[in-house]
Design a protein around this ligand. Structure first.
Ligand SMILES: Cc1ncc(COP(=O)(O)O)c(C=O)c1O
Length: 467
């Protein structure tokens, strides 16, 4: 059966196990109970901090993604690949700000550039400035964009990209992927993580809209299903402004495109005159020197960027073909923002662009590949029902022996073992992102020795699962 499924795009990483034996779930439950006890015993400072923080901040956090039950770990400082928590424990950071800290915490080149802006240049002019133009020119070159604009968050970038597509096409409806996350814009908040019971058939998902969202007309399609996409385009011909998608889905683990899928998407968008928007907020520089689109060889009409390009400062951008971005020039799409392209963030962006050379990113990717290979070997040795996936400097273990090609496959993976595996790492000083649907990131600051810690904790978990 598995052999009959299409292969993943050759520019991505997926290694499936030849065989696997199920894990005993009574054992998982037993280990999980012990690990939660260990967690609360070793993190009293985080528990106390959450209690205090919850009195001013809902859930005690500044973004709901940061929360987990009973409470998340609170961090006081970070340098390179390491975090220090309020209990003065050192943790290897493999979340790296959900992938935003690609250059490493307090990267000296970014610190120097930002310090220079703080001491000599200024933080905000709200006027044109060569500092913003220079970064725009660098992105034109690196990402192959005719025109672009800066924003402050990925949410803003995807919102403005959608509006640009609407203004350009004179149409309103959008199509998105089931399970696709793109930030807080209403139109893109449909079917982000719908309960399967509410979401209709796998092959033709029903859009699921949270009560507080006013989405407009949004159609939802499964990833890696070109036939369904074409059906939706055909049924709503002349109505659809844009297809918004991550080229590689990175908010439900890492879900890879089948070989040829993205090229077929491009063809369908051309045929039906739909603007193709690649949301590269997460992929961006973490997928390689010029982002996922260029790595995978498919050119969208617009892309959105955020996270890794800012070096830890709030920076995002949207841009692409001149003809589409003309809607910004002639003000069919009004784009505003006091802080857009401010000199402080631009100083960081220029330094990030300078340090993220092909060589530096390739070296980090080689470290990631080494960790993925080592984990593959452990999966094989212990016959685990799991496999590795990766793109560029990111990787993840998917707790399923079969490939995950869309949201419904993802929902069938083993979330209990995924939670245990995450908690196991946290309790041993290796912090991967909370939420079980994220991935680790090898930053420019991570070494092979750092990644060996991840591999060692994974081996220890495998031993405990099979004990
Ligand atoms: C693919 C994608 N798009 C957009 C966003 C929103 O970005 P921000 O949190 O900067 O608003 C995110 C955030 O995680 C994301 O993963």
């Amino acid at each position: 059966m598995i052999d009959a499924l299409p292969l993943n795009d050759p520019a991505t990483w997926r290694h499936l196990p030849a065989t696997s034996t199920p894990v005993d779930h009574a054992r998982v439950a037993e280990l999980m109970a012990a690990e939660w006890e260990r967690f609360t015993a070793s993190t009293p400072g985080s528990g106390a901090h959450n209690e205090r923080a919850s009195k001013s901040l809902p859930l005690g956090v500044t973004s709901s993604f940061q929360h987990w039950d009973p409470y998340p770990i609170s961090i006081v400082s970070a340098r390179g690949a390491w975090l220090t928590d309020v209990d003065d424990r050192k943790l290897l950071d493999l979340s790296m700000g959900f992938g935003a800290m690609l250059v490493g915490h307090l990267n000296p080149a970014i610190v120097a550039s930002v310090n220079e802006a703080l001491e000599k240049t200024g933080t905000l002019f709200v006027t044109p400035s060569p500092s913003a133009t220079e970064v725009a020119e660098r992105y034109q070159e690196r990402f192959g964009l005719d025109r672009l604009r800066f924003t402050n968050s990925g949410t803003e970038a995807t919102m403005y990209a959608v509006r640009t597509a609407r203004a350009y096409t004179g149409r309103k409806a959008i199509v998105k992927l089931e399970g696709g996350y793109h930030g807080g814009y209403d139109g893109l908040s449909v079917s982000v993580k719908p309960a399967v019971a509410d979401a209709g058939p796998q092959a033709a998902p029903t859009p699921v809209t949270p009560f507080d969202v006013e989405a407009g007309t949004v159609y939802v399609v499964p990833y890696n299903d070109i036939d369904r996409l074409r059906e939706v385009f055909e049924a709503h011909r002349g109505e659809i402004a844009a297809l918004v998608m991550e080229p590689v889905m990175e908010n439900i683990g890492i879900v890879l495109p089948d070989a040829g899928y993205l090229a077929a998407v491009r063809t369908a968008c051309d045929e039906f005159d739909v603007v193709l928007i690649f949301d590269e907020v997460k992929t961006g520089l973490t997928a390689g020197y010029a982002g996922a689109a260029r790595r995978l060889g498919v050119e969208p009409d617009l892309i959105t960027l955020a996270k890794s390009i800012g070096g830890g400062l709030p920076l995002a951008a949207f841009g692409g073909r001149a003809e589409v971005m003309q809607a910004v020039v002639d003000n069919r799409m009004a784009h505003f923002g006091t802080y857009n392209g401010n000199p402080l963030v631009m100083a960081a962006a220029r330094a990030v662009d300078e340090v993220c050379t092909r060589e530096a990113l390739d070296a980090a990717e080689a470290v990631n590949d080494g960790a993925l290979r080592a984990i593959d070997a452990i999966i094989a040795e212990f016959d685990l029902p799991a496999h590795t996936v990766g793109l560029g400097v990111k990787g993840a273990v998917t707790w399923s022996p079969a490939p995950v090609r869309n949201y419904r496959d993802y929902k069938r993976t083993d979330f209990e073992i995924a939670e245990l595996s995450w908690l196991w790492g946290v309790n041993r000083g290796v912090l991967t992102p909370p939420g079980l649907d994220e991935q680790w990131l090898v930053s420019l600051a991570h070494t092979t020795a750092d990644m060996d810690l991840l591999v060692a904790t994974f081996r220890e978990l495998a031993e405990a699962l099979r004990a």
